[in-house]
Design a protein around this ligand. Sequence first.
Ligand code: C5P
Length: 248
Amino acid sequence: MNQNTNKIVAAKNKICLALDVDNTQHAINVAKKLKEHVGVFKVGSELFTIAGPSILEKIVDVGVPVFLDLKFHDIPNTISRVARVVTRYGIFMFNIHASGGGEMIQAAVEATHDEAVKRGLTPPLILAVTVLTSIDNKILQKELLINQPVEKHVQHLAIMTEENGADGVVASPMEVRVIREACGEHFQIVTPGVRPTGSSVGDQKRIATPSDAINQGSDYVVIGRPILAADDPIDAAQKIAEEIARVL
Ligand code: C5P
C-alpha cells in the first residue's frame, strides 16, 4: 500500500455512519453496501426501537464495529444494569449522558468492565454525551438555565467524564480543541454535527466540515444524512474519506 492509500484507509476508519433508518432490512442493506467505505456503524434510537436489540448482532455480523447511540441517562443502579446487557453484544462503543453525573458514569464503567471480564469479552468503549450538537448558547442559557457558554460547559463535562473513568465524549467539532487540551491524547472524541461543504445543515447547529473536525483532533466523525440521503452514498462516503485524508 502506498502512503496515499494508507491515508484513505485511516480516513475511512474515522467515519462513523449513523444508520438512521426505520427499517431493519434497509439498515442491513446499507451496512452491507457501505461496509468497505466507513469505519463504524452507529445504531441510534430510531433503528433500535423498530428493529430491537437483535439488530446489534446483525450489524456486528456485517463485520464493522458498532456504536450503540442510545444516550443512556438514568440512576446509577439502572445504568449499571443496562451497561451489563450492552456489554454482552460485542459492540465497539456505547454512550451515556455526562449530565447524569460522576456516580452514574462510574457505575457504567465498573459494570461494563466487570461483565466483560466475567464473559471473556472486550469491554466496549464508554462515551459520554456532553451537550447535544443541536443545542446552542441560547438554548443552554435561556431554556436549560446553565449560565455558561456551551464551550465551557462541554469542557467541564468532559473533565468530569475523564475523572470518572469513561473513555471519551461525544461533542461538537467546535469544542474538540478545549477537550483535547483538558483531557489528553488518549481520550476519545467523537463528533457529530459534521457537514461536508455544500450539504444541507438540517437541525444541527454547532457544525464543521469532516476535515476541520479531524484537524481539530476528533477521533471519529458521525455522519448520517449527508451519506444516507446522497444520490450515491458510496461516492459520498469516498469523497468524505478523501477530504479527511488530506489533513492526516
Ligand atoms: O444526519 P446527521 O449527520 O445530522 O446525524 C447525526 C447523528 O449523530 C444522529 O444520529 C444524531 O442522533 C447523532 N448525534 C448528534 N449529536 C449528539 C449525539 C449524537 O447529532 N450530541
